[in-house]
Design a protein around this ligand. Structure first.
Ligand code: ADP
Length: 366
């Protein structure tokens, strides 16, 4: 573990040898600079970082714990080392910040383990697909044969086998899609699409006929064409629509809305179901997360749907969030940029007051 101590008031830096090794340079005699862009610290996707956003400086400026947050350290030979940084202020007897202790940890091995785990999930999922396909074909034939012989009870058993096979296929597809998106092996296939028409088609295709009349589409005003990977966005919509129906009881209405905002469109799916506690709302976009209630009930799910939706929306340069209160229903929304991909690079970091609005109420962003 690398440890660095920075004194407040422009004092020098003290570092242990591991910290110098992680940073790829000696720190003796160095002092902490507080402004400008840090030349050796990059975000995990290789973008520059302002000095005040690096935990050691942030903790000094705010007097609060900063991190843990992952960065890439640019070494003099051009290589990049993934490092997890945390920083905590140290207070003097008067309560004034005397300095900051920062720790840095090499997370290369952890990344390698994550990669192996994903590879393993992906291999197993692939191998499960073929026998399932065979089961599905054979059960279809068996069902026909049973129907011809008027064996109704036996035929209904094959129906339940087919439902289970379909459910397993969905889980395998989710596991595979999650690992494909995480590894960024696949890029989006984006093309400009009419969003209102797209939403109509998706609702036609993906909402089960028995709950169709609960769904209403509202598109106030015209929308510009949106650059999207339609197959992937359909997965997001199908998930939000099926969750709204699955988790909200009875015949209560579900409203799908698409609205133009400055430089983005926002699509939302609003239900009048049980809603989410703030703790659950903060975690619904995490991998494998299911609320205790849905884990205990018989609603099926792996807790991957919203996680995959988040990866897809973020890959489009958008954001996904939920506004909800227990007993008051939930509104899941996502934004998509109106500009074509690559048209306007995002600024380094938007000041808080210019960040895209997440709507009113207790919004929890992924
Ligand atoms: P799954 O539905 O497969 O469990 P998701 O990732 O789609 O996984 O959803 C994660 C969890 O979020 C669900 O298990 C459920 O507890 C909660 N959730 C999702 N949508 C809603 C909703 N519309 N209303 C209430 N809870 C929801």
């Amino acid at each position: 573990m690398g440890i660095v101590f920075a004194q407040a008031d422009g004092g020098g830096l003290v570092a242990n040898p591991v910290a110098e090794q992680l940073l790829g340079r000696p720190l003796k005699g160095a002092s902490l600079e507080m402004t400008g862009v840090n030349p050796i610290v990059l975000t995990t996707d290789g973008k520059p970082v302002r000095r005040e956003d690096v935990p050691i400086v942030r903790a000094l400026l705010t007097g609060q714990l900063a991190g843990p947050e992952e960065f890439l350290i640019l070494h003099p030979d051009g290589s990049r080392l993934p490092v997890l940084m945390t920083a905590a202020p140290v207070f003097g007897p008067s309560g004034k910040v005397r300095g900051v202790v920062s720790t840095a940890q090499d997370v290369t091995t952890r990344h390698e383990l994550d990669r192996l785990r994903e590879e393993y999930v992906s291999l197993i999922s692939h191998d499960l697909r073929n026998p399932l396909h065979t089961i599905s074909l054979r059960v279809g034939l068996l069902r026909r044969a049973l129907r011809e012989r008027n064996l109704e009870r036996e035929e209904s058993m094959t129906e339940s086998i087919q439902r289970s096979v379909a459910w397993m296929n969905t889980m395998i597809e989710d596991l595979l899609e999650g690992s494909r998106l995480e590894s960024q092996r696949e890029t989006l296939r984006r093309e400009p699409r009419d969003l209102a028409r797209f939403l109509e088609e998706v609702m036609e295709r993906d909402v089960a006929p028995d709950v169709r009349e609960r769904f209403h589409l509202e598109v106030p005003g015209a929308l510009p064409p949106i650059w999207m990977d339609a197959a992937r966005l359909e997965r997001v919509m199908a998930n939000l629509l099926s969750n709204a129906a699955k988790y909200s009881p009875g015949g209560q209405p579900i409203t799908v809305r698409a609205q133009l905002q400055p430089e983005q469109v926002v699509v939302s799916v609003k239900d009048l179901g049980p809603g989410l506690s703030p703790e659950d709302a903060a975690r619904v976009f995490d991998k494998y997360f299911r609320t205790q209630k849905s884990g205990a009930s018989d609603t099926k799910g792996l807790g991957l749907g919203l996680y995959i939706s988040r990866l897809i929306i973020e890959a489009h340069g958008g954001r996904i969030w939920v506004e909800s209160e227990p007993g008051q229903g939930s509104t899941f929304s996502f934004s998509l940029p109106v500009a074509p991909p690559g048209a306007s690079p995002l600024p380094l970091q938007l000041p808080d007051d210019q960040a895209p609005a997440a709507g009113d109420g207790s919004a929890v962003s992924a």
